[in-house]
Ligand binder design. Structure first.
Ligand code: NDP
Length: 444
């Protein structure tokens, strides 16, 4: 397999899908050498079978707003690979959603899920519906209309969706309610459900907490204490909030948050009390992060990202490609020692190159944000057994999964000079397990 040629072919067959090409390129380049040690892979054309999704559903979603106007959106579900378990991955509701973005996310999800050691395949879905400014009734009608199309293609042993950008507890509740009605069953077909109807404790916290647990493992390799470290966090949604919560608990100092309109810089640090304000602002009032700056009298920069601010650690937790090469240069120049990705693919290839050249600790989302789907996997287990574990039990399991993923990255990613290439480590470890499972199941 020649990574370059495979990619060229995919670009020809699936043009205008830059995010998908970007995600595939990163994996191909990391695994090329290991892959080529297995001639049986090449004979079975394994690489194309793992790059191209097994199945894609796309459908129109029609819903009515509060004023009686009718709207149409596109809905999608990408079932990328179910070699190691039922398809699993979130639903994203954001105006920017398109096939390229969902294909990249489903592809990444497949190898991320493999890394967790839990039996889950990879999928992703969503819609270009923009939840901003919509009433809860409108969001509910949209979710119901979406589910009316998707319900036949998912199920507890088939495909188990969850949340992502624009999909939190409220939306999962609406999706699940409609699914349950149409399917006439009560099963664990969604994860991230409310605690009163089968949700797992620690699921809302899991991605953010998991990212900080992974960061701790990276810091440990260099005997660095997280206490007192200033952290740049982007985003202000689920992942960003619980990243801050864990950082504060461990004595680190988050100093930034952002949303699609700009970022705040709070030199005093975001405290537990201020974080409670952010949670209310975002979950209840669905407001803008600029309001934080008005409330606490700190700096707000419109239409910008926080990467030029001075700090010790960066935890991008908003969206893909939010750190470009120039941002990465600023991050390195400011002496940042570690970048741990809560978001999926937040760094462009140029940015990754800058981090790795500078040999700072750099963890790709595939490894660092796998805590979310891991606890989703634990939610599936609890639902199947009709039991629920305590918060402490789930948190312990989450910690041990993140440590395990870190160990695997070190095992497969340590270079001759001792530098751990976490991208390579995560890609090889994730890929090899899926590859072996696909090979064992014949040409299907
Ligand atoms: P939320 O919807 O809760 O929050 C997303 C945050 O990112 C919001 O602050 C949002 O601002 C901001 N954001 C979204 N799109 C953009 C954009 N194009 N430019 C700038 N800011 C943007 O989503 P999550 O916190 O759940 O997800 C954040 C990231 O983490 C995503 O990459 C997601 O795929 C990833 N992830 C999430 C997991 C989970 O369990 N939830 C699991 C693993 C990864 P605004 O409100 O203005 O849109």
């Amino acid at each position: 397999m020649k990574a370059e040629l495979v990619l060229e072919d995919l670009k020809r067959r699936f043009p205008n899908e830059p995010e998908y090409h970007q995600a595939v390129q990163e994996v191909l380049e990391s695994i090329e050498e290991v892959y080529n040690q297995h001639p049986e892979f090449e004979k079975a054309n394994l690489i194309e079978r793992l790059c191209i999704p097994e199945r894609i559903f796309s459908f129109r979603v029609t819903w009515v707003d509060d004023k009686g106007n009718t709207h149409t959106n596109m809905g999608y579900r990408i079932q990328h690979c179910n070699a190691i378990g039922p398809y699993k991955g979130g639903l994203r509701l954001h105006a920017s959603v398109n096939l390229s973005i969902l294909k990249f996310l489903a592809f990444e999800q497949t190898f991320k899920n493999s890394l967790t050691t839990l039996p889950m395949g990879g999928a992703k879905g969503g819609s270009d519906f923009n939840p901003k400014g919509k009433s809860s009734a409108e969001v509910m009608r949209f979710c119901q209309a979406f589910m009316l199309e998707l319900w036949r293609n998912i199920g507890p042993d088939t495909d188990v969706p969850a949340g992502d950008i624009g999909v939190g507890g409220r939306e999962v509740g609406y999706f699940f309610g409609m699914y349950k009605k149409l399917a006439r069953e009560f099963t664990g077909t969604f994860t991230g459900k409310g605690l009163t109807f089968g949700g797992s404790l620690i699921r809302p916290e899991a991605t953010g907490y998991g990212n900080v647990y992974f960061l701790l493992e990276m810091l440990k390799t260099q005997n660095i204490d997280i206490k007192g470290k200033k952290c740049l966090v982007s985003g202000s949604g689920n992942v960003a909030q619980y990243t801050c919560e864990k950082l504060i608990e461990l004595g680190a100092i988050p100093v930034t948050l952002s949303d699609s309109n700009g970022y705040i810089y709070d030199p005093e640090g975001i405290t537990t009390e201020k974080l409670e304000y952010v949670k209310e602002l975002k979950e209840l009032y669905r407001g803008r992060i600029s309001e934080y700056a008005e409330t606490y009298g700190c700096k707000y920069v419109a239409n910008a990202r926080p990467w030029g601010e001075k700090a010790d650690i960066a935890l991008p937790s908003a969206t893909q490609n939010e750190i470009n090469g120039e941002d990465a240069k600023k991050i390195v120049a400011n002496g940042i020692i570690a970048v741990s990705e809560g978001a999926n693919m937040p760094s462009t290839p140029e940015a990754i190159e800058v981090f790795q050249q500078a040999k700072i600790l750099y963890a790709p989302g595939k490894a660092a944000n796998a805590g979310g789907v891991s606890v989703s996997g634990l939610e599936m287990t609890q639902n199947s057994e009709r039991i629920s574990w305590s918060a402490e039990e789930v948190d312990e399991k989450l910690k041990s999964i993140m440590q395990n993923i870190h160990e695997n990255c070190v095992k497969y990613g340590t270079e001759k000079d001792g530098y751990v290439n976490y991208v390579k480590g995560a890609n090889i470890a994730g890929f090899m397990k899926v590859a072996k499972a696909v090979m064992a199941q014949g040409i299907v």
